[in-house]
Ligand binder design. Structure first.
Ligand code: 4AD
Ligand code: MG
Length: 483
């Protein structure tokens, strides 16, 4: 028999194979023993539920039973029988137990009790063995799968854009440098500057902040594409919403205008959330309970009105509010929050960049719905966004979600070469380096649009977790790259 002839706990619970002999493998969550019997709760990650194994000390040696401690990995063969206990239809009567890997109870950091999320972040190499994190990562998987399914079903093509690039698409200068130079002693040219011509790529390179620019090239050939890959930003923002390494989904569509783009984004977000509701019920119910317990530790006036599942259903079932930046500024300026100077950044004039407190006010207090904000001032947006006829705004859209703030950023793109180069000049973006991007405006240009969804912000929203570090397996944040 091959080693891996095992049955997953998820399958046992689905098939309920009473009377059959099977082999289970997994990690011990808890063990309770008395003189007559030991009960081992085993988990193999296939589902949130532990499976109960009953071990008779007449069949299983004391030495083996002792090693079945929390965290140990076991291979158990036995017969599936009707369960005596409540809450589970069957259990396994062990015939033999093999210890695949011991876990010294004196040293194993995960105990069968509630650990804080902060503590678990410090042992991220083990935290997936908890109910909370295994649930989060199963949901994360389902969401990623739903992303691919959505676009595949719509005839979009998945493009793998480069991770090492020479450009800074967003122009925010928050890039991580990529080099093979010895840091203390890089070659220099005569003027004393570092001579990147001698570097690996013969030029200065960095980790990508977005696959969009390359995505646009692909859309100009395949019509509808998307990317889904890691992106990197060296912004020193230590918030619960920012990672230095995060995953972004960026669809890019030829022949779409701003409104087509908004329609697609809304439909896509709802589809992905609906997919999780339909396919992750057990994990979401567990996470909803967890979120509720956390809510109950907050002061009554700060608790959210809806539970996690209700919140997800609400987003799927209701239309997003669409309004322009200008309309939003009016709402914010006239809000009590602003008049009573309760915003940290007061809204005084048109043109101000919106902070997360303003976004959340609009979504959580004013509209109580997801919001699509459009037509931002050109000064606060990237060079590639299409300029509106008013000369002041661009065809941008940000989608704001309750509890999250900005979850999507996108725009119709400036397809007119003269407008684009004029904007690049104004913003000091070197045209020589982006000659290939400008070529799409020289050869066969067409209106097109796209957006970027921050994948972890979506996972955060769907799982109801409070910190983005808890929805990516090994978070990269300022001061943090341990695992
Ligand atoms: O708004 P952003 O910067 O837009 C772009 O990068 C465009 N190129 C997208 C496009 O039009 N193709 O980022 C898009 C989304 C944000 O709305 C946010 O959800 C997420 O990416 N994001 C981050 N997520 C986690 N940590 C960070 N540091 C993030 N920065 C942006
Ligand atoms: Mg943005």
């Amino acid at each position: 028999m091959a080693f891996n002839k095992r049955v997953k706990i998820k399958t046992i619970l689905e098939l309920n194979p009473i009377g059959q002999e099977i082999t289970l493998m997994g990690w011990v969550r808890t063990k309770r023993s008395n003189k007559n019997v030991s009960f081992i709760a085993l988990n193999d990650g296939s589902i949130i539920t532990n499976y109960q194994v009953v071990a008779d000390p007449n069949l299983i040696s004391e030495e083996i039973l002792k090693k079945c401690s929390t965290g140990a990995c076991l291979k158990i063969t036995g017969i599936v029988v009707e369960s005596q206990g409540a809450g589970q239809t069957s259990e396994l009567n062990a015939k033999s137990i093999e210890i695949l890997g011991e876990a010294d109870p004196e040293k194993y950091p995960l105990q069968p009790k509630k650990h804080s999320l902060e503590f678990l972040r410090d042992i991220a190499h083990l935290r997936m063995r908890t109910n909370t994190f295994s649930a989060v990562f199963r949901v994360r998987h389902a969401l990623a799968f739903a992303v691919h399914k959505y676009f595949n079903d719509k005839g979009f093509f998945y493009i793998h854009t480069p991770i090492v690039t020479a450009s800074d698409a967003e122009g925010a200068g928050e890039t991580f440098k990529v080099t093979t130079f010895e840091l203390g002693n890089p070659p220099r040219s005569e003027d004393g500057k570092i001579d990147f011509k001698q570097d690996f790529f013969g030029r200065e390179t960095n980790l990508t902040v977005s696959g969009q620019l390359e995505g646009e090239l692909a859309a100009m050939a395949l019509s509808e594409i998307y990317t889904f890959g890691p992106t990197f930003r060296a912004e020193n923002s230590n918030t619960t919403r920012h990672l230095a390494e995060f995953w972004m989904i960026e669809p890019e569509m030829a022949f779409y205008d701003a409104e087509d783009n908004q329609n697609l984004a809304e439909d896509f977000l709802k589809y992905v959330i609906r997919y999780a509701l339909d396919n992750c019920a057990e994990d979401l119910n567990f996470l909803a309970q967890r979120a509720l317990e956390e809510e109950n530790t907050k002061p009554a006036d700060q608790r959210s009105e809806l539970g996690l599942i209700e919140k997800l259903k609400f987003v799927v079932e209701n239309e997003f509010v669409r309004l322009t930046y200008t309309e939003a500024i009016d709402i914010l300026r006239n809000s009590n929050q602003n008049k009573k100077k309760k915003f940290q950044y007061l809204i005084e004039e048109w043109g101000a960049d919106l902070q997360s407190e303003h976004e959340r006010y609009l979504v959580e207090k004013h509209f109580k719905k997801p919001v699509i904000l459009t037509d931002y001032p050109k000064q606060i947006k990237a060079f590639y966004m299409r300029q509106n006829e008013d000369g002041k705004t661009v065809a941008a859209m940000d989608i704001l979600f309750p509890g999250i703030g900005e979850i999507v950023g996108g725009s119709q793109r400036e397809e007119r070469l003269d407008r684009l180069t004029q904007r690049m000049e104004e913003m000091h973006i070197p045209q020589e380096e982006l000659w290939w991007y400008l070529d799409t405006r020289r050869f066969g240009a067409t209106p097109h649009a796209g957006f970027g969804l921050g994948f972890e912000r979506m996972v955060l929203f769907v799982t109801g977790m409070g910190n983005i570090r808890d929805v990516i397996a090994f978070p990269r944040t300022p001061g943090n790259a341990e695992f």
